[in-house]
Design a protein around this ligand. Structure first.
Ligand code: UDP
Ligand code: MG
Length: 320
């Protein structure tokens, strides 16, 4: 039985050795308890620091370590996809390099899959300690909105740390879309998932790659990728405004017939015009967002471009 650990890394030279040490410890433990072999796949997402050098060094020291290095930064979702494509394991786990996803949970997760009842063991954090309150508030709001809008369930607090069976990995790989929102993809493919709760852990080294703006874009990505409800809402807004305009017209006509006062009230008319054109632009923006995603999708660009893998390194050094 082979287990692949996929670790997307963007500027993680400090965290990688710590991750490797902890993961090897768990691997050793699981070799005796489950008879499981491991491979570690570090995906260097166009890092600017020594991430690639660290991956090469770890590979030289331990052949279980493999790596894929991108030609530039393609984002964490692309990293996960590349890792899934490279993985050879019967079971595949995706986890962060910063040890916020504790490898110590892996034995329990594997036990859940070995019962045969589940194809996926996923984790969610029960607290958001160590996170700015404003961010937590927006995160909760995002989960409320997306779950209202989308048929695909996106679990609040779910991390990207999960262990999957080969069946499920193959299903995820079949979704070769360009705009990848992993939380949605993992949920969309279905299969039974066993959830593991744990307390939020702070990263061991380095710093987070996300700021408020990138998280906002990520949330739009999720909504546009897994729901068309905003389009329906735009159409609905149009209907409501038409009805309001119809009532207004009747009111104005009746009033003019009864009182003969056709010219008053132009300031209110300006307000109405501004409001209506605002709503129009907003709805056009929603349509544009979907059009943009469609545009990127139909170009069929690759999700990522590889610059180097451990196989290239072995070939250059004359290893088999
Ligand atoms: N990551 C990546 N590409 C990116 C941004 C992040 O591969 O463009 C990786 C990063 O190296 C880490 C994981 O994604 O292993 C999660 O990132 P981070 O810890 O910064 O996110 P947070 O835990 O703060 O949500
Ligand atoms: Mg992190």
């Amino acid at each position: 039985m082979l287990i692949s650990l996929i670790v997307p890394c963007y500027n993680e030279e400090e965290a990688m050795p710590l991750f490797y040490r902890e993961a090897s410890r768990v691997a050793e433990q699981m070799k005796t308890s489950h008879g499981a072999d491991f491979e570690f796949i570090f995906v260097d997402d166009g890092s600017r620091d020594g991430t690639l050098a660290t991956a090469r060094r770890l590979h030289d020291e331990d052949p279980r370590v493999r790596y894929v290095s991108f030609s530039r930064n393609f984002g964490k979702e692309a990293g996960i996809y590349a890792g899934l494509q490279a993985a050879r394991g019967d079971y595949v786990a995706t986890m962060d390099a910063d040890l916020q996803d504790p490898p110590a949970l892996l034995p329990d997760m594997l036990d859940a899959l070995l019962t045969g009842d589940y194809d996926c063991a996923a984790t969610r954090r029960t607290t958001r300690e160590g996170e700015p309150p404003v961010r937590s508030w927006f995160a909760r709001l995002f989960y409320r909105i997306i779950n209202r809008m989308s048929d695909t369930e996106i679990v609040d607090g779910a991390r990207d740390f999960r262990l999957m069976s080969r069946r499920m990995v193959n299903a995820v790989l079949e979704m070769s879309e360009y705009n990848r929102f992993s939380k949605g993809i993992f949920s969309w493919v279905g299969f039974k998932t066993r959830w593991f709760d744990y307390k939020n852990v702070e990263r061991v080294a380095g710093k987070t790659k996300w700021n408020f703006w990138s998280l906002f874009q990520y949330s739009i990505e999720g909504i546009v990728g897994f729901s068309t409800a905003p389009l329906v809402m735009a159409a609905l807004a149009g209907v409501i405004f038409c009805l309001a305009a119809f009532v207004g017209i009747i009111f104005v006509i009746v009033r003019a017939l009864l009182f003969g006062d056709p010219t008053s009230g132009w300031p209110s008319m300006v307000c109405i015009m501004l409001l209506c054109s605002g709503v129009q632009l907003f709805c056009l923006g929603i349509v544009g967002e979907y059009l943009a995603k469609t545009y990127l999708e139909v170009k069929h660009r690759p999700v990522y471009i590889t610059r180097e893998t451990e196989a290239d390194r072995d070939a250059r050094r004359g290893n088999p």
